[in-house]
Design a protein around this ligand. Structure first.
Ligand code: HEM
Length: 208
């Protein structure tokens, strides 16, 4: 038992897990201390929103990092980070439904049709649901690796819709959404280059 505990303590994934809970813990702490600034609702909603986007982007860095470093074990961080993105998205959504709309579902539908940025937020959130559900090994087995991979490409769509949502939300100061958009483009570009170079390699080996 003691060895099991020691093995857990030195396991980097535990540290990563704890690090991922820090933004939520800071928020809970601030709520407890009444330390959320002049508009607590906005602080909760915006903090969870921005952390969702950050977690999506960090999740997308894992595969290029694995290729660059050759560290195969890092892939084990990907699922955890993706699930944390979903966790923060759920908190963000709950904060909207609860604190923004007070559970008025007709108001939410109205909002959805009147404000396009809300639609982009929904699109980003909705596609994360099947990804979170199918994130287990059991689901990889059920779907088969190829189909699972195809399904999980939806994360690109979710992140892009998240950036659009952020961009449309801020009316004047678009500098930050643009930075997030640039980071996402960089991450997608690494994948594009790889796909191109792989198909080139495939073609040339066929020609030989
Ligand atoms: C059903 C889904 C969603 C709804 C209804 C929603 C709603 C909102 C609302 C009402 C705001 C505040 C806008 C304002 O008053 O100006 C907001 C901000 C934001 N949301 Fe969402 N959102 C959703 C999903 C998402 C998702 C999935 C992401 C990330 C991928 C996200 C990222 C953000 C960001 C980054 C902000 C701005 C934060 C800031 O200004 O610091 N949202 N969202």
């Amino acid at each position: 038992m003691r060895e099991w505990i020691y093995a857990r303590i030195i396991d980097w994934r535990l540290h990563l897990f704890l690090a991922c809970t820090v933004p939520a813990a800071v928020l809970v702490w601030a709520i407890g201390n009444g330390d959320l600034g002049p508009n607590p609702l906005e602080t909760i909603r915006d903090t969870t929103g921005i952390w969702t986007l950050r977690f999506l982007l960090v999740t997308l860095t894992i595969t290029p990092l694995r290729r660059m470093t050759g560290w195969r074990g890092i892939i084990r961080a990907r699922r955890m980070l993706g699930l944390f993105a979903f966790f923060y998205a759920a908190l963000h959504f709950i904060s909207y439904v609860w604190l923004d709309q007070f559970f008025a579902f007709d108001g939410m539908i109205d909002d959805l049709t009147k404000r396009p940025f809300i639609m982009a937020g929904y699109a980003s959130f909705v596609v994360l649901i099947p990804l979170a559900i199918t994130s287990t090994k059991k689901w990889i087995g059920r779907l088969g690796g190829r189909r699972w991979q195809l399904l999980h490409r939806l994360i690109y769509f979710s992140a892009a819709a998240g950036v659009v949502h952020y961009f449309w939300r801020v009316k004047l100061d678009v500098q930050r959404p643009i930075i997030y958009g640039a980071l996402l483009s960089g991450l997608l570009f690494t994948r594009l280059i790889r796909t191109c170079s792989r198909s080139e390699h495939h073609n040339s080996s066929h020609a030989a």
